[in-house]
Ligand binder design. Sequence first.
Ligand SMILES: [Zn+2]
Length: 106
Amino acid sequence: MKAIFSSPHLFLVNHYKNIVESNDIVCVIRNTFLSGAVGELPPTEVWPSLWVVDADDYERASKIITLAMVEFNADGPTWVCEGCGEVLILQFSECWKCGGLRHNLD
Ligand SMILES: [Zn+2]
């Protein structure tokens, strides 16, 4: 099992699960219900997250998700996470990788 994506928005996690599954990769969602530990753990630990069951699928699934993100907002602006440098689409207010918040959007 290996985590490939997490978000505070379950619909997004479901969205990417469907896309990954349509590529014949077995994956599951964890943390469907937020626990009372929010605020004590890093946000990415308690958000709904998508996991590939076979870690060998990780690289492929990760690429599929990145491509899907680009297509999801092909014409839209992106922002770069100050925490880890990940490029994210504007729909995300938090970095899905490290939980960093979006800044400087005036
Ligand atoms: Zn980040």
